[in-house]
Design a protein around this ligand. Structure first.
Ligand SMILES: Nc1ncnc2c1ncn2[C@@H]1O[C@H](COP(=O)(O)OP(=O)(O)OP(=O)(O)O)[C@@H](O)[C@H]1O
Ligand SMILES: [Mg+2]
Length: 475
């Protein structure tokens, strides 16, 4: 009997993850479900093919050590002749196949993978990565030679910088275990458009699936039960709705495309045609920063953020403590000198609270007065509607264009918008404890020019293909 020799055998949920035929599969949700184990074993599936190359990624090298330790048990148990090279962070198998461990602490670390190709790419803890980092690896997902299967697998717990994009990519479009198919139109060299598609799917994980862990460590369940409410919902029950994470995960800043404006929101400045309307948004702050921003609208309704004046003393989220009339004087000076603003009619829109007169003269009144004459109209301050406008504006069309662009000179906008996270108390909204003054000002301007939502992603019911052989490791 071989049974006694089995070192690792997938549990039921792990098996469901391992049989999926889709190109991308996310195995995620609660902690302790056996996700990392399943990912490590999945990487072994093709190690009998000499040219097979697998890659397992975590955000940082220190975080990889746990996976590497576990691989020592599993990989050398199953392949006693396999060798781990600890300076190169890779396993070599008797066939010649290799499995690499890698990190991507900063987005620029993507370059370390440039020119490489992997049949299998596995991301452990995908919510620690940004979408840019994940999607870059699609270009590295290529066969190493004849006869390998090329695919991507990931595990994740809710929460973290990537929470929002992971949720939007795998969780929101379809119920669990339902394949999501996305279509991409591509131009061939002879000018024809071809329609390509790829599938992905989400397999939920729960600690209750991991009988082995519950047996080995009965207290683990109690540990998860003791967590604060939002962490408990995420890590014990696998809820994707209870956690913070980056709000505007659509945001992209790609210097390679500052000129052609494809798949980037940040672009190179240009001279604004005389007939484009200009808006000036304003969010007041004294101890906290104030934010002034100028926006131009092109004939297609696209909005360009062309200039910023941010009242921050250099320490994030600390204001420069100047009075409203001083802000107005600086606005006047900018509007008299900036080539894109001077001599134009500029429509001001500001936080309605600047009209408050309960404590004496309002901020709006102080700014309107001679010699500066800076006028505003009160903004529509509805928070969720404004946030949705930001999402709609940032979304890229099929050909990589957005309805909002920002000049690369608006440095504080570029710094703060992608760093906003969800609120823990109001999970649909931005956390107002963050540096959100530029975001608030941005919302006011967008609410003056609302757009309708782009179409949601379709999903399809694909039959699942024949289960692949499950890997059973023998000592
Ligand atoms: N198929 C299996 N057979 C035996 N033990 C298993 C199996 N799957 C998982 N385990 C055990 O459960 C433990 C937890 O699994 P794993 O680390 O894969 O969970 P996880 O879902 O990645 O957890 P986290 O959310 O904390 O990252 C493993 O260290 C291992 O001891
Ligand atoms: Mg894990």
């Amino acid at each position: 009997m071989e049974i006694e020799n089995i070192l690792w055998r997938p549990q039921k949920r792990q098996a469901q993850f391992m049989v999926r035929p889709e190109y991308e599969v996310l195995y995620g949700g609660a902690a302790g479900g056996g996700k990392s184990d399943a990912l490590l074993c999945e990487a072994l599936r093709q190690v009998n093919i000499p040219h097979y190359r697998g890659l397992i990624l975590r955000k940082t090298y220190p975080q990889l050590s746990e996976l590497i330790d576990r691989s020592r048990t599993l990989y050398s148990g199953a392949y006693p002749q396999a060798k781990y090279n600890s300076s190169g962070h890779f396993w070599s198998f008797p066939s010649g196949a290799k499995i690499y461990f890698g990190a991507m602490q900063y987005t620029k670390d993507r370059q370390n993978y440039q020119g490489k190709r992997y049949d299998f790419i596995g991301f452990d803890e995908l919510t620690h990565f940004t979408f840019d980092e994940y999607s870059y690896m699609f270009s590295r997902s290529r066969p190493s030679g004849e006869g390998t299967r090329v695919y991507i697998r990931a595990t994740a717990n809710p929460g973290g910088i990537g929470h929002a994009w992971v949720k939007e990519r795998f969780i929101t479009p379809a119920p669990p275990e339902t394949p999501i198919r996305e279509f991409y139109d591509t131009l061939t060299p002879d000018g024809k458009t071809i329609r390509l598609s790829r599938e992905r799917v989400f397999i939920p994980a729960s600690v209750f699936d991991n009988e082995e862990l519950l047996r080995l460590d009965p207290n683990y369940l109690a540990n998860l039960s003791m967590l604060p409410a939002s962490e408990k919902a995420a890590l014990l029950y696998g809820s994707w709705d209870s956690f913070d994470g980056q709000v505007f995960s659509e945001w992209k800043n790609d210097p390679a495309h500052y000129r052609d404006r494809l798949y980037t929101h940040v672009i190179e400045p240009f001279s604004i045609p005389r007939d484009w309307p200009i808006y000036r948004g304003f969010d007041f702050g004294f101890a906290k920063p104030f934010s002034v921003g100028w926006f131009a609208i092109d004939p297609y309704g696209r909005i360009f953020h062309i200039r910023e004046y941010y009242g921050c003393n250099g320490v994030p989220n600390m204001g420069i403590k100047i009075e409203p009339h001083e802000i107005a004087a600086k606005i006047r000076e900018i509007e008299n000198t900036d080539e894109n603003l001077k001599g134009r009619r500029i429509i001001g829109v500001a936080d309605p609270s600047i009209y408050d007169e309960s404590r004496g003269e309002s901020i709006a009144r102080m700014m309107e007065k001679s010699p500066n004459f800076i006028y505003f109209t009160p903004a529509d301050n509805t928070r969720i509607a404004g946030k949705m406008q930001v999402h709609y504006r940032l979304r890229f069309s099929e050909n990589g264009e957005a309805m909002f662009y920002c000049f690369n000179t608006c440095r504080n906008f570029i710094r703060t918008i992608p760093s906003l996270v969800y609120s823990k108390s109001n999970v649909e909204d931005v956390d107002t404890a963050g540096e959100d003054h530029i975001y608030d000002m941005f919302r006011y301007v967008l609410m003056m020019h609302k757009i309708t939502p782009p179409k949601a992603l379709p999903y399809v019911n694909l039959p699942t293909s024949d289960p692949l052989d499950l890997r059973v490791l023998r000592v």
